[in-house]
Design a protein around this ligand. Structure first.
Ligand code: HEM
Length: 132
């Protein structure tokens, strides 16, 4: 019997994840609420995200092999993640998913997981100047 294919395989595997990450970070760097949180040299962040999203969507556990348990919420605690920033992150990701052309049930499944995780990262109350 053949194993059911993972979400990672169904969207096209390593190539698709790499394209998604490449489409996402320029948007993050251009977003007024997100850009200030990220280092100028975004390359190491992109690489970690590529490893993470690979395993997050059911591919090989590349992130954990290199960096240990993701503990994503803990790793985000140094950064003030407000509801508006979570929303901004998700809007950049929606545009990246559009650019890469991920549609249909795979898009729905990815989106559901990303929304839950983004909301889980919120660790700071809204700041008045963040509201748009
Ligand atoms: C909710 C809004 C979010 C904001 C504002 C945010 C922001 C950040 C920032 C500032 C960093 C650190 C960059 C650095 O190394 O200096 C980071 C790292 C990272 N983020 Fe997020 N993030 C958010 C949501 C998410 C979500 C939903 C995921 C996964 C689906 C994610 C995955 C990661 C990963 C894997 C790293 C690298 C962690 C490491 O250091 O190993 N982030 N994020």
């Amino acid at each position: 019997m053949t194993e059911p294919k993972s979400l990672y395989e169904r969207i096209g595997g390593a190539d698709t994840i790499a394209r998604l990450v490449a489409a996402f970070y320029p948007r993050v760097q251009a977003h007024p609420l997100l850009a200030p949180l990220f280092p100028e040299d975004i390359t190491p962040v992109m690489e970690k995200q590529r490893l993470f999203l690979t395993q997050f969507f059911g591919g090989p556990p590349l992130y954990s092999q290199k960096h240990g348990h993701p503990m994503l919420r803990a790793r985000h605690l140094p950064f003030p993640i407000t509801p508006s920033r979570a929303q901004a992150w998700l809007s950049c990701m929606a545009e990246a998913l559009d650019e890469v052309g991920i549609t249909g049930p795979e898009r729905e499944e990815m989106w559901g997981r990303l929304v839950i995780t983004a909301h889980h990262m919120i660790n700071t109350k809204e700041e008045a100047h963040d509201k748009e």
